[in-house]
Ligand binder design. Sequence first.
Ligand code: 5AD
Ligand code: SF4
Length: 478
Amino acid sequence: MAKLITEEQLAVQREYITKLRGENALYAQRTGRARSVLTETYGCQQNENDTERIRGMLRDAGFEFTEDPHNADVVIYNTCAVRENAEQKVFGRLGILKHIKEEERPDMIVAVCGCMVQQEHITEKIKAVHDHVDLVFGTHALYKMPELLYRAVKEKNVVVDIEQSDGAIAEDLPIMRDGSDKAWVSVMYGCNNFCSYCIVPYVRGRERSRSADAVMNEVRELAANGVSEISLLGQNVNSYGKDLDEGIDFADLLTMVNGVEGVKRIRFMTSHPKDLSDKLIDAIARCDKVCKQLHLPVQAGSDRVLKQMNRRYTKAQYLEKIDKIKKAIPEISLSTDIIVGFPTETNEDFEETLDVLRKAEFDHIFSFIYSRREGTPAAKLDFALSDEEIRRNFNKLLDVQNEISKRKNEAMVGTVETVLVDGVSKNDAAMLSGRCDNSKIVNFKGDKSLIGKYIDVRITEAHTWSLNGEYVRETEGR
Ligand code: 5AD
Ligand code: SF4
């Protein structure tokens, strides 16, 4: 059973929220303006969801929010460690903040939290190079943010909490969600898989599941507040419940969420192919609210590389699962993650990845160039290809996939799809944009009053990454 942060521990943090609120009120009296905070999030939805908790605690502590660092009294970066470029971005931002702090805002509190600082060498680097950072806290200390921030404000000393632990689960933390139609709900934290390239198990700890009761209470409350689309999150949702003694697995949980009144769409990520069960495929097929969409990271096509990655399936086994899913749910939209340039990957190995793309026919892929992560087993391996060859393979991968994505999108032209209208289109301010059940983006002309509603659109045009459509009617359903 996953350990919980106790009610006493949470009460201590609530006291610090009250203390911070007092401090902030005094500050506002003194200066005539409220203390403002800027939060910035890197990485996956899990991090986005964590930032929503951080913002919830900050809101309760009386902070206002800003997006302008020149105007911020507190800056919090919630960081990602999966690839080096995410870390470099944070270091770049910290460099800019140093100037702002020195020249304009000497009292600014700079905080770095999340996955990146859970690595010792990064924390050492921050201490050595970025002495304007006041507060560093890891993924396991998130619930303690009020106390840590209070100390940083009062003590003027650098406060660091990067305790290594499997991280007990903190339920009922305040939350300030982004948006009112859709919400993320974490069902489990951490990962036990130790893929040889991946830092996640080291920075997020072992797998631990939230109780089904806690998940269901959160979902019911969201639905009661008008949220209709729920995305269930976990590094490997197929392991959900294995550490609990409730006898409820992820397929059961999906079925339970499917029964909640007010919920119209359910999405989830991520599934590890080795654990994708027939029972889960059946649940996706059977549950009317579960979107017919599956993200199933393959990472590579060569059996030798897959073995070195410690993925524990072969290319043939992966493709068998894809076949099975397509047979059970013919309309399923599939996506995957691919790493190009894993050490030891040769051009022949890479051809196997292209072969998976051609056979599986994903609707969409997320592709990454391998990034060396200190402390992972793959970091010790030598590269078979030069940077230039890896870059060439990466571009080839995109070429092959773009053609498949376009073809799959073209097959939707003429169909009528229900979309949840998200807002104004990112590409064209005169258009609205929303997502189909299968998660594809549709842009169409329509009145802004449609935002937040479910409508039917007829698909008129296909692009590589999106569709165009025309408004047909509003719909009650999904
Ligand atoms: N380098 C490149 N990509 C990585 N991923 C995880 N670790 C690395 C790494 N070291 C990718 C995987 C994973 C996704 C979230 O990030 O494809 O599925
Ligand atoms: Fe990383 Fe593998 Fe766990 Fe995914 S399953 S988080 S790639 S270790």
